[in-house]
Design a binder for this molecule. Sequence first.
Ligand code: PGA
Length: 255
Amino acid sequence: MKTYIVGNWKMNFTVGESSIYLHKLLKRLTSARGLEIVVAPSSIALPTLALQTDRHKIRLSAQNFYHRDFGAFTGEVSIAQLKGTVDYAIIGHSERRYIFNESDKDIKLKVAAALRNGITPILCIGETDNEKTFGETADVIRDQLLGGLADVSKEDIKKVIIAYEPVWAISSVKGARLAPPDDIATSVDLIRQELKALYGKEAEDVPVLYGGSVNPSNAGAYLTIPGVNGLLIGGTSLIADQFLDIIEVAKRVRS
Ligand code: PGA
């Protein structure tokens, strides 16, 4: 299975800055067999970056979109409109869930829209600090998986990526702390069991990524957790040297 290194730029960089940054990455990236490098810029930068990128080296992802393809939805951008610019779409990121009140129903519709348009959904799930404190991690993981995948068939599950991101480990969250690899291993194991219960063997090859305060010094430890097939990186992905260092770590771990 491939190893995925995904950079989520969130609401950072102008179009010009995004383009300069991508240029820098493309210039410095050496061949990365078995690695899928993906960056998720703001949607306004996507058309420019799609013309600029070399898809053999770096693929693009949307950070968000509206679930309907076209119509009277002022201010929204659909995945149908982004088709041709992106190969992936991040869906259900905790910032969408908790700042923009996205429900599992919204998320399920977005997963279906991405699949309908031939885009790979990266479905993010993970518990908050409170939920962890109250021992609800397993329930949250189960609910968010069931909710987000509600309309995904056995055939389509092979086209989905899951990202486990405990909200309390996301660097921009107040009081964020590093997730111990053992905690992640337990959650990833639960995700795999749930996928198996829902889809059987069809789900064996679904990639599961980890995200939350990943940097070049902890990337190796996170990538070697059994069942983890890659990383979703926020803050650190904004610094070219560090993002490239994480890619180097991923190459070493794979070889
Ligand atoms: P972080 O963000 O790497 O800055 O913790 C991860 C994410 O929000 O996807």
